[in-house]
Design a binder for this molecule. Structure first.
Ligand SMILES: [Zn+2]
Ligand SMILES: [Zn+2]
Length: 269
């Protein structure tokens, strides 16, 4: 049995139709002790069909209602997944200053104002250049907008792009991923183990074992585990593999958050 899923989406996210209550009920059925609702806020998202915005008051009202209704069965953590882009830092700072969240995932979904799902970002770039461009952007976000608790799916650039071989050779990118991990640790930030890579057919979590091991080696301690579910049935999917991977990287604890303060829970698998 798993303790918590720290990355879930409901119909407060433009790319999910799942009622939040359905996720909560499913999580209870799975025996989870905690679930973090982390719907998307992505200021100035380039694809206008997906505005990735929601009204905080409505969100809060829904979370508070479910917290109360299911208080004997599960702990609900109010979170958010914020899309980080340099030109919207002021909006992000204002968002986190004005609203209460227990837990914040910071993610890169767009680089150079281009959606990574879209091939335009990759056009004319070698795989090496595209991945370095992405990682440089991540590093800038950590240094200049560290409003989050964990960085989301930190190596997921290998999910996109039209390259025949999208695999990431960690040696090749260590010069920049090391800087990223050091910056995270210095600022007391964590990474998440995101299991959606399996659903994208990549056969691994984001990030993969070498990065997780390196985070540990450099002194990192904060790890959340999330499915990135957009439908209830994906909650905790592939967690067993993720937990085993964490243990093989030397982690015996996962992290939970309340009021953005970390607590550590032993992995018992
Ligand atoms: Zn994301
Ligand atoms: Zn997500």
């Amino acid at each position: 049995m798993f303790f918590a899923d720290y990355h879930t989406h409901s119909n407060f996210s433009s790319d999910s139709q799942t009622p939040m209550e359905q996720n909560i009920q499913h999580a209870i059925k799975l025996g989870l002790k905690e679930i973090a609702v982390t719907d998307h806020i992505d200021f100035d998202y380039p694809d206008l069909d997906y505005p990735f915005m929601f009204d905080y008051a409505d969100y809060r009202k829904q979370v508070d209602y479910l917290k109360e209704k299911y208080s004997n069965q599960i702990k609900i953590i109010i979170g958010v997944e914020i899309g980080l882009q340099p030109h919207v830092y002021p909006l992000i700072l204002n968002l986190v200053k004005s609203n209460y969240y227990d837990f914040i995932i910071g993610s890169t979904h767009c680089v150079n104002k281009l959606d990574l799902c879209n091939d335009i970002f990759f056009d004319g770039k070698t795989k090496h250049d595209a991945y370095v461009n992405y990682f440089n952007d991540v590093l800038g976000n950590i240094k200049n907008c560290p409003v989050f608790n964990v960085y989301g799916h930190i190596d997921f650039i290998n999910r996109y792009g039209n390259y025949i071989d999208k695999t990431m050779n960690y040696e090749e990118f260590a010069f920049i991923t090391d800087e990223i991990l050091k910056a995270l640790i210095e600022k007391g930030k964590g990474i998440e183990i995101n299991t959606s890579g399996f659903r994208y057919g990549l056969g691994h979590t984001h990030p993969q074992l070498p990065l997780v091991k390196r985070y540990k080696q450099l002194g990192g301690e904060i790890i959340t585990v999330g499915s990135d579910a957009h439908v209830s049935s994906d909650i905790t999917r592939d967690f067993e593999t993720a937990y085993k991977m964490l243990k093989s990287a030397g982690f015996n604890f996962i992290t939970t958050f309340q009021n953005q303060k970390p607590s550590f829970v032993k992995i018992n698998i």
